[in-house]
Write a protein that binds this ligand. Structure first.
Ligand SMILES: [Mn+2]
Length: 320
């Protein structure tokens, strides 16, 4: 039972002496909110912890509680932790601690909080709800199950994670529960307009023009009733757009009516193509296509990376 897992996880946290928190590389709003919620809890409990992420948080998230405590440097000794908590990581590889986790000592315990479909089975307590909107939503359940009072910092983190991972309630992962929790978070002090200002109404002119480029290059393959758009390395190089902005474009393009799904292909570095897959079709699990191409993700939002270059030709686009 999940509620038992929440209680066991909390018991382990209360017993732990030194805790390592980790989120995925190139962190998004949900990952940063989730680690912020966990830091708020550990600070309240007076627990020593280290918060680690391979990459620095994007500047737009500086409003999140405790975000300045996240370190992108591995300045810790892994063996000194008796509890490791990966949040929103998807797979062990995305923690950048796969080696350490695989070779961990007996007595080093792992509690995983995640809403991605399972890739690796490595946690001692695995709290995974693949149809939750966000890891932040799962943390709400966790706080609730353990009767922890939700203050403004918790509420801000939980609402930010929900908003950023659902594209502000647009994606099919938004359920009645998600909206109910979001509404509670606002009542408990989360500032919805301020979160939107920081996470959504923050597009630069060059970013907007870049979105225009993605829309201009949007096509529908009639045979499969599948939409695609392309951003070449040249486009990306000139745009200065962050990974999250690019994901946002894929989310926006998925508003296209009447298609089964959509792929946004972009050459991020010369010779490396990233694909973002989206569908809002109730019967399609697009993560299967993502997995077939060596990637992963969710049923409605998935992605992959392949080697190759994109060039525009007279007849369309060529990938080689
Ligand atoms: Mn997430």
């Amino acid at each position: 039972m999940l509620s038992d897992q929440y209680k066991q996880a909390y018991k382990k946290i209360l017993e732990a002496k030194n805790i390592l928190l980790v989120i995925h590389a190139r962190p998004d709003g949900d990952a940063l909110s989730s680690i912020g919620v966990m830091m708020e809890l550990l600070i309240k409990l007076n627990k020593p912890f280290f918060a680690y992420c391979l990459d620095k948080p994007p500047a737009q998230y500086k409003f999140l509680p405790h975000i300045e405590k996240i370190s992108a440097e591995k300045t810790f000794s892994f063996k000194n932790f008796d509890l490791v908590i990966p949040l929103d990581c998807g797979s062990m590889g995305r923690t950048n601690l796969a080696k350490e986790i695989s070779n961990r000592n007996q007595g080093q315990f792992i509690i995983e909080f995640d809403h991605h479909p399972r890739v690796d089975d490595y946690a001692d307590i695995e709290i995974r709800i693949a149809d939750a909107s966000s890891t932040a939503e799962i943390l709400y359940n966790f706080l609730k199950a353990n009767k922890i009072k939700i203050n403004k910092n918790f509420a801000t983190g939980i609402l930010t994670g929900i908003l950023t991972d659902t594209g502000n309630f647009l994606y099919p992962s938004t359920t009645d529960r998600t909206i109910r929790i979001a509404s509670k978070m606002q009542l408990l002090g989360a500032n919805f307009p301020q979160i939107l200002e920081s996470t959504w109404r923050n597009k630069s002119l060059s970013a907007m023009k870049f979105w225009g480029k993605a829309m201009e290059n949007l096509h529908i393959n009639k045979k499969y009733n599948f939409a695609f758009s392309i951003l070449s390395y040249e486009d990306i190089k000139n745009s200065n757009s962050s990974d999250e902005e690019l994901e946002g474009i894929a989310g926006f393009l998925s508003n296209l009516y009447g298609v089964k799904g959509l792929v946004l292909l972009r050459e991020e570095k010369p010779g490396l193509i990233k694909g973002s897959l989206r569908t809002s079709h109730p019967k399609i699990d697009i993560s299967k296509l993502g997995q077939a191409l060596g990637g992963g993700g969710h049923a409605k939002a998935s992605g992959f990376v392949v080697k190759g270059s994109i060039k525009q030709s007279k007849t369309g686009w060529e990938i080689f």
